[in-house]
Design a binder for this molecule. Sequence first.
Ligand SMILES: [Zn+2]
Length: 305
Amino acid sequence: MPEVSVTDLGHDLYLIDAQMHDEAERLACYLFDTPNRVLIECGPSRTLDHLYRALDHVGVDDLAVMAVTHIHLDHAGGAGHLARRFPNAMIGVHAAGARHLVSPERLWDSATRIYSAQGMLDLWGPMEPLAENRLLVLDEGDAIPLGNGRAVEVMHTPGHAKHHIVFFEERTGACFVGDAVGIAFPHGHMVQPNTPPPDFDPILITEQLHRIAARQPAFLGFAHFGADPRPQATLARAEERLWEWVRWIEQVTPDDNIAELLRDWVLNDYRAQGYEEALIDRYDRNSFWPMQAAGIERWLSLRDQ
Ligand SMILES: [Zn+2]
């Protein structure tokens, strides 16, 4: 793992490897080093030091806004800490997620049920409540100014989470998709659904994939991980793959091992498609299979009620 990993994407936009879990290519943050500096995603508190080192390296001593695509801990867990480190920064978040950053107890408790108390500390580190006056509450159609006439536009994209938003920027043609599309390693040419409970809804996700495609972005900025220069192909593949997963879960008999079965099916399919073992391992380690299976099962059971 290099000391810092910052990639210049042009037009004052930088991709920062936040080295989440002390590993390369687990979480990408995106920085607009513009008159009003805007950072997209901060990651969990446990590995914020990696992000701070990268920001120091680029010469960033102040941020106007740090905006998260959604409040899951791998994106926003460190928001309260970051607000303390950058006292002028406003923290951008969708209206439906904002209260969970101000009072993180409920978010913390529901994540603890998934990861266990020890897992929470090992993976994410603590959350600090964000002062209400630091919130920049965002919704569909809002714009975060970058200066020099540029802005980051906000689109509300529920489906992965109710409060998920994505960001567009016209000059770069970037669309920062968070987890709205899935996870994708650009050199891997595949995209994998990300289907956690309680909000996962493939119908809503499909709608968002179409809306993102209609904006014709030049590239997708994945949180996990990096810039994908073939957005239309990736968005189409994401939709196909999403429904393949849902249909697969639908046809298995409910079983305690459903997460393990899903994992075997997905990874064996990657092997059959000829992907290298190292790449397959990367998708595997970026997936928490019990959560993927539980999200789809929950959606199916609500649908069938
Ligand atoms: Zn994520």
